[in-house]
Design a protein around this ligand. Structure first.
Ligand code: DQA
Length: 156
């Protein structure tokens, strides 16, 4: 297998939704001091430790997130997603993930269950294989470790 084909075979999508570009300066007491660039570097390292390549994207736009999930159907082996506030509002993102037929791990930096009641329900959780919240940026490393296990199980 060529190097290109090898990396395509092990590519996973890491999607971050609205306001997560502000990490580091956005409510640091809740979301921590690490920037999105720090989180994405951590994701690439965690993926690489499991022989995977993390394709990291962030957007504030619901439709762009949905387009990326559609693209993942043929371009990626699994998805780690922090949909931000869309977790609590977007049936469309939930439906896109359900139609992707890929392993999905949902991540939240904060413990959404310890916060305002409108954050307690996530539409995405029902279609995620696992949900990690409240572990800060380390949650992304946990998510990628678990995603790698799911991806490798499917490959067997
Ligand atoms: C978040 C939690 C959401 O409620 C919030 O809207 C976010 C970030 C988290 O990572 O803790 O934007 O998904």
């Amino acid at each position: 297998m060529s190097q290109d084909a090898k990396s395509a075979a092990g590519r996973v999508l890491v999607l971050n939704g609205p306001n997560l570009n502000l990490l580091g300066s956005r409510e640091p007491a809740i979301y921590g001091r690490e920037t999105l660039a720090d989180v994405e570097a951590l994701c690439r390292d965690a993926a690489a430790a499991h022989g995977l390549e993390a394709d990291c994207r962030q957007t504030a736009h619901e439709g762009v997130l949905i387009d990326a999930i559609h693209e993942a159907r043929s371009a990626h082996r699994g998805i780690v997603i922090n949909p931000g506030a869309y977790s609590h509002t977007s049936v469309a993102i939930r439906d896109a993930l359900a139609a992707a037929y890929l392993p999905v791990v949902e991540v939240h930096l904060s413990n959404i269950h310890r916060r305002e009641s409108f954050r307690h329900h996530s539409h995405v959780s029902a279609v995620a294989d696992a949900v990690i919240c409240g572990a800060g940026s380390h949650g992304y490393a946990l998510a990628l470790t678990h995603l790698a296990q799911l991806v490798n199980k499917e490959a067997r």
